[in-house]
Design a protein around this ligand. Structure first.
Ligand SMILES: CC(=O)N[C@H]1[C@@H](OP(=O)(O)O)O[C@H](CO)[C@@H](O)[C@@H]1O
Length: 450
């Protein structure tokens, strides 16, 4: 009976190929496949496919640069802003929100990205670095910062198990909130659903934009609201230098009086592969590097000589909870991204449908931008080798730790060409270090301060 219903359904939507291998499958796999098919919203999938074909791209005339705030604009000094951030942390009003559901396909790494060891002397994973930075701040603020971690069905178990194996890196389990983002079937260029195996539909995570609705449907948004959380510090899993829950940025967001704040960096050059934070039809937005119009990319400000669109997105945002609640009721706009997916018949070119967190920017009354130093805050791990590789992130992180000691006036003789790594449990941002910490460390190639 069920089979007949599925056959009829597939015929209507021209997806009959999904049962191509059905007869060869063991009973349990047959059932698994039928259940997946019955759970699909074919009408919506067709809508995604048709919209993709209709997508006419970006209107160049609608773009305009978005200005960056300076401390002068906020009419208060750095110390006050940072103090506001500490107060909000101490009062439990800020949660960290990590999006870690991606597949890391460019990196060619099989596990969840956060489990990656970038080759530091300590061999700490990205997750551990983040956990320890949060623990450091929490200890100083006299609290534990709630930490929300979005995974996807493909990496949820591996992520959770990794945390459990490492005793949650010392984090209070009550303050860890794992939740799963939704997935969408991958379609080929004709709109046909792709099979990953003869019995499993190839589904991919629905992008960072799915984060808020997933947090709402898992009940976490309500739980955090009930605990008094007012702000989320949002970030990507892949940045080895992420200053998670940075008190200065938290204070900046709160002081600026807008529902969203965004950290940006000056683009290295016009072709750097990062999104640009700007205005689109008068609304705050991020235009991805792949979509950014050639004619605007290279334009320069006549006075400063800098790129006109110089505000590179590093995926670090502050969101007011109240704003997210409202914005999460908006219909997400999915964009098709062409990528290879792995199937039992080898890699297949597919359309993955993703919504982006920055699509929510358009619903905000305004947004504040603060420019930060790339060298101090941005070491993304995206590719297996070359730019944005684990090796480069490792080098950038160790360089930052070395500069912390250079600021103390330490001469190079003391490290004798050795690399320096400082545990985030000892120092979050270079504070609390002393020259004698470098002594009595006898490893020939590095100094680990932990
Ligand atoms: C869709 C999306 O989130 N794009 C972001 C994201 O890029 P990915 O290449 O998708 O990792 O992170 C970049 C910073 O690491 C940022 O510049 C870009 O805008």
């Amino acid at each position: 009976m069920q089979l007949q219903a599925v056959i009829a359904l597939l015929k209507i939507w021209r997806q009959e190929h999904l049962l191509e291998h059905y007869d060869t499958l063991p009973e349990v796999r047959k059932q698994e496949l039928l259940e997946q098919i019955l759970a699909l919203d074919f009408e919506w999938l067709r809508h995604l496919h048709m919209n993709n074909e209709k997508d006419t791209g970006l209107q160049v005339s609608g773009l305009a640069p978005l200005s960056v705030q300076s401390l002068d604009d906020l009419k208060t000094d750095r110390g006050n802003i940072e103090q506001t951030g500490w107060d909000l942390l101490r009062e439990g009003k800020v949660a960290a929100l990590l999006v870690a559901g991606g597949q890391g396909s460019r990196l060619g790494y099989n596990g969840p990205k956060g489990t990656l060891d970038i080759g530091l002397p300590s061999r700490k994973s990205l997750f551990q670095l983040q956990a320890e930075r949060l623990l450091n701040l929490g200890r100083r603020a006299g609290t534990t910062i709630p930490w929300c971690i979005m995974t996807s069905p493909g990496n949820h178990k591996a992520t959770f198990d990794f945390f459990a194996q490492h005793q949650y890196f010392g984090y209070d389990k009550e303050q860890l909130f794992f939740f799963n983002q939704a997935v969408i079937p991958a379609l080929d260029h004709k709109g046909k659903i792709i099979l990953e195996t003869p019995w499993r539909i190839c589904s991919v995570p629905n992008g960072t934009g799915g984060c808020i609705s997933a947090m709402r449907s898992s009940g976490i948004l309500d739980q955090l609201k009930a605990r008094g959380v007012e702000w989320f510090f949002y970030y990507n899993v892949d940045n080895a230098l992420i200053k998670v829950a940075d008190p200065h940025f938290i204070g900046f967001a709160h002081t600026s009086g807008q529902p969203i704040a965004c950290k940006v960096i000056a683009k290295r050059d016009a072709d750097e592969k990062i999104g640009v934070v700007c205005l689109q039809d008068g609304r705050p937005s991020v235009v991805e590097y792949s979509d950014f119009p050639e004619q605007l990319k290279r334009q320069r400000d006549i006075k400063t000589g800098r790129l006109l669109y110089d505000t590179g997105n590093i995926s670090i945002h502050m969101f007011q909870l109240q704003f997210l609640e409202k914005a999460s009721r908006q219909q997400l706009v999915y964009k098709a991204v062409q990528k290879d997916v792995q199937t039992f018949q080898g890699p297949v070119r597919a359309y993955k449908y993703e919504a982006f967190i920055f699509d929510l920017f358009a619903y905000a009354s305004g947004m504040s931008l603060v420019k930060v130093e790339r060298e101090e805050e941005f070491a993304p791990v995206k590719n297996a080798a070359g730019p944005d590789s684990p090796e480069e992130a490792r080098r950038l992180l160790l360089h930052v730790h070395q500069t912390w000691f250079e600021k103390l006036g330490v001469s190079e003789d003391l490290f004798k060409g050795r690399e320096i790594e400082v545990s985030p449990l000892i120092s979050y941002d270079g504070e609390g270090l002393a020259v004698d910490m470098l002594c009595n460390k006898d490893h020939p190639s590095f100094i680990y301060i932990g």
